[in-house]
Design a protein around this ligand. Sequence first.
Ligand code: LLP
Length: 418
Amino acid sequence: MHHFQYRENELYAEEVPVRRIARKVGTPFYLYSAATLRRHYRVFDQAFKTLPHLVCYAVKANSNLAVLRLLAREGAGADIVSGGELFRALKAGIPAEKIVFSGVGKTAREIRLALKAGILMFNVESLEELKSIARIARKMKKKAPIAIRVNPDVNPKTHPYISTGLKENKFGLDVETAFKAYQLAKEDPYLEIVGIDCHIGSQLTQLSPFVEALRRIKAFLKRLATVGISVRYLDLGGGLGIVYGEEEPPPPEKYAQALIEELNGLSVTLILEPGRVLVGNAGILVTKVLYYKETPAKKFLIVDAGMNDLLRPAFYQAYHEIIPVLKKERPSIVADVVGPICETGDFLARERELPLVKPGELLAVMSAGAYGFVMASNYNSRPRPAEVMVNGEEFYVVRRRETYAKLVAGEKIPPFLG
Ligand code: LLP
């Protein structure tokens, strides 16, 4: 359920016509609905209410401060993967003790910053990283809370680029190495074992891979118990899929039910790291049609948003529904919706049946709240789009459109080029 709906043939975000926002901020822009974000968070959180749990929102999905602040107000923690995300999460008011730090390449500086902030735990992804954390903790005379990210070798049945829990992926540690890591951690006075972690992939539309991963983690916990190691937190990562088109992912209630059943009284606090399921359908990308072009082979709608603004179609051949902001009687065409970037891969949709919208009209690219703006770039020297949040009858620019000056800020012509 989301709050982008037509009212008398005009697309609204909550109580605001999308057209009104476009007039004010120009195009393209990302538009987020606060009511949808709140609703998604509450549904997800409530689904686990019978268990001690913590929802650590995966900041990478959408790291706008306003989004983070809204979720912080709802009680969310954060799953971060960089010093930058730590900075954002803290700035938005997410308490350090609700932050988990994942990622295969944490730098010494990032580890120091996280230790200093007092995060809940590091999700450790290699023996080298474990040693690095221990070394830094010793220098700082602090004990580092750690979980080992176990790679359960489960097929998440999703796009190969967003599968992470297969043995050939770079993430986590196989069970044998993970076992060794826990034993090393136990011996180290500067490491405190607090949890266990896994994350198998993103946009999962079936429950069985989650359940299978949890089973393997449970078996592993039993093995750890035989050497006197136990954990307080079981972090199952994120990955629950959303509806972009035809897929039918389980709703959070079903997901929670399956996990709760499988946990069956295990006395741990469950941590979840949802990203897409909270923000994906809470955001759209609004773009303007620039030109209609017909070649002998194809029809194209050329719009003012490109792969630099929304990379997912180009990168994963991802499907995003595209709808006109104003519904009218129009002939329908089958066309590619393409951006202005000089790449054949620059498309938002291919061979899509659409109404023949005219130059100047607005289109909404749906389900763009997750992995949208955060993956935007300045390719072709295009300023990144504005981000707007609507809340009831009000809307706010929560990140202004980049300027040309911002594009070159930080660049310098060296003296020898005068
Ligand atoms: N936890 C960890 C350790 C992760 O790596 C991820 C996502 C999540 C949680 C959140 O997963 P979610 O609930 O959003 O599925 N750019 C891709 C998605 C990459 C996901 C990376 N990791 C896309 O646009 O589909």
